[in-house]
Design a protein around this ligand. Sequence first.
Ligand code: ASP
Length: 430
Amino acid sequence: MQLYTKILIALGLGVATGATANLAEIEWLRGILVSLEPVGTVFIRLITMIVIPLVISSLLVGTASLGDIRKLGRIGSKTFGYYMLTTVLAISLGLVVSNLFKPGSRIDPTTRDRLAANFEGKAKTSIDAAAKAPTLKDVLVNLVPRNPVQAAAEFDLLPLIFFSIVFGAAVSLVDGPPREAVLAFFDGISRASMIVIGWVMLIAPYAVFALIASVVAQFGLDLLRSLMLYTLVVAGGLLLHVFGTVGFMVYFAARMSPVEFFKRIVEVPLFAFSTSSSNATLPVSISTAERKLGISKEIGSFVLPLGATINMDGTALYQAVAVMFIAQIYGIDLTWTQQLTVVVTATLASVGAAGVPSAGLITLIIVLQSIGLGNRVEAGIALILGVDRILDMLRTAVNVTGDMSCAAFIARTEGEDLHPAVSRVEAGTV
Ligand code: ASP
């Protein structure tokens, strides 16, 4: 049985068991499922543990074997352009669907205030976290790490990417045996990381069951009912983005059959859905890009870590819908200029969000403040908090799918042979 089939079965069983415990109020079952949460957490820690060694080693080896630093510049600008374009398309789609379906217009003020009161405390915590978010200037300055070890320890991927590229480029200029020695060392680390990923994936189906069942068992289903239209509009927008925009890009830009593409990468969004974290999914995306799509290490190890940090189409789309929803629910009509502001700030907010659970909710606060929702921000966040976990799962799956499509696009335009008949691993080229 394919791994993704097993993960899908685990997901289905997890949802079914969690929902049964929740709906039928079977307290003992709910207790057991909730107590499974640490199993999921350990699993996420296991896979996240590989991210730093994997990113440094593959990026360093990748950059050193590029041969030409100009190629790196070209790949970099294409990647950045692709990421920004798809993010803006995602936000626009989010605005269109929420203007069409007006998810916030059908909730009466009593329900609204009851929902907002539910999560008052949590919303305050998020607002405090948003106040501490670094500004764009900080992000740009911090791109250059003062100490790469510290960047690694703090899971700061952007400065780490910067360091590994500079170092990889330098290694390629070292003469003779020392260069070979450094490359062989990091290549060994990269291969060993892949082996660990293989091991961790063996237990993925069980961990996915634990993760999903415990989330569903704890989920406030009555909240979902009140916020159903909002949830559906976000989910519908995300589906349209994946099968519309991303499918279109895969077909026209990466010149690959979208069906084939989705079939080959399906483990990546499934994994992202289960963990709500682009960072934790990174090992799976890098290894899937190499093994299933035949994308080279040079491209995958650059495009994907960058994408996990700065490219979040799903988050951006979600933020657009959330802003419109909160505005509609308070009867505020957003002008075209304000909606344009949303396009700009949500792009920045999705770039600024880290690839960890709930990060998009925190940066959403910045978007809400930018259009002057002022004292509605806290209540607005409290309103949508109840369904945020499920939406986080969905948007993370879309975020990583966008990254994978960019990797395919870059590989294709750099002349790589995508979707080879036999994967690179079977052919012995990886
Ligand atoms: N959880 C998302 C991710 O890791 C970020 C977000 O909260 O939107 O990609």
